[in-house]
Design a protein. Structure first.
Length: 216
C-alpha cells in the first residue's frame, strides 16, 4: 500500500469551480470578453493560469501576466471562498492520519492561497506539508510541485507514494517523478483524459479511494 499520499486541491479536495470561474470571468471582462456559460471556463481549473490564458484566449505572455493579476483582484478576498469541500474528503483525511500515513497537498495554485483555503475549511491539520506555486509564477507546473514535495520529505523509495488528482496534469506530473497516480472523476477531468494521461487508478467517488490506500 501507499504510505505518502499527495493530493491536488482544486477538483480533488474541494469543488472550487464557482470561485475560479468567477475570477477568470472577471479577468476576461477587463479585455472585453464576456462569458455567459461558466462551464466553458472549467478548463482553467488545474493548469497554471498564465498558460491557460495564452492557450485558450491567445493572450501574449505580457497580457497573460496582467490577466493573472486581474484574476487575483477578485480571487484573493472573494473567489477563494466560493468553494466547498467534497463530501467524504475530511473522513478520508482523518483515516489517513489515524493510520500513520502521510498526506501532503501538491497544487499548482499559489501556496499562500492553498493554505488559506485549507485553514478556512479546517483541513490544514491533516497535512504534513502544503506545497503550491510561488506568487511570482514559478513552480507552477505540477511536476515541479511534486518534485518539491519529494525533496522536502527526503523520499528515496517512490514506490510508496501516490498522487491523487482530477486532471491530466496531476497524472503526468506524477509519472514524470516516478510515482503512482490516481485520477478522480468527481472533479473537473473525465475518464478519457485521465486514462490517456496514464493514471494507474481511476475512481468515481471518495469511498473508492479507500481500498487503494488501505489494506482491506
Amino acid at each position: 500500500m501507499y504510505d505518502v499520499i499527495l493530493f491536488d486541491l482544486d477538483g480533488t479536495l474541494t469543488d472550487s469551480g464557482p470561485g475560479i470561474t468567477n475570477s477568470v470571468a472577471y479577468s476576461l471582462k477587463k479585455y472585453g470578453i464576456e462569458v455567459t456559460d461558466r462551464t466553458q471556463l472549467y478548463k482553467f481549473i488545474g493548469p497554471p493560469l498564465k498558460e491557460s490564458f495564452e492557450k485558450y484566449y491567445g493572450f501574449s505572455a505580457e497580457d497573460s501576466r496582467k490577466a493573472v493579476e486581474y484574476y487575483r483582484e477578485y480571487y484573493t478576498d472573494k473567489g477563494i471562498f466560493e468553494n466547498a469541500v467534497y463530501e467524504g474528503i475530511e473522513e478520508l483525511l482523518r483515516e489517513i492520519r489515524k493510520s500513520g500515513k502521510k498526506a501532503v497537498v501538491a497544487t499548482s495554485k499559489p501556496e499562500i492561497f492553498a493554505k488559506r483555503i485549507l485553514v478556512h475549511f479546517d483541513l490544514a491539520k491533516y497535512f504534513e506539508h502544503i506545497v503550491g506555486a510561488n506568487m511570482d509564477e514559478t513552480r507552477t507546473k505540477k511536476d515541479e510541485v511534486i518534485s518539491c514535495v519529494l525533496q522536502s520529505l527526503a523520499i528515496s523509495d517512490r514506490s510508496n507514494v501516490l498522487m491523487i488528482g482530477d486532471r491530466k496534469h496531476d497524472i503526468l506530473g506524477a509519472k514524470k517523478n516516478g510515482i503512482a497516480s490516481l485520477g478522480v472523476l468527481f472533479g473537473f477531468g473525465d475518464y478519457e483524459e485521465l486514462e490517456k494521461a496514464g493514471a494507474n487508478y481511476i475512481v468515481k467517488n471518495v469511498k473508492d479511494i479507500y481500498p487503494i490506500i488501505f489494506e482491506t
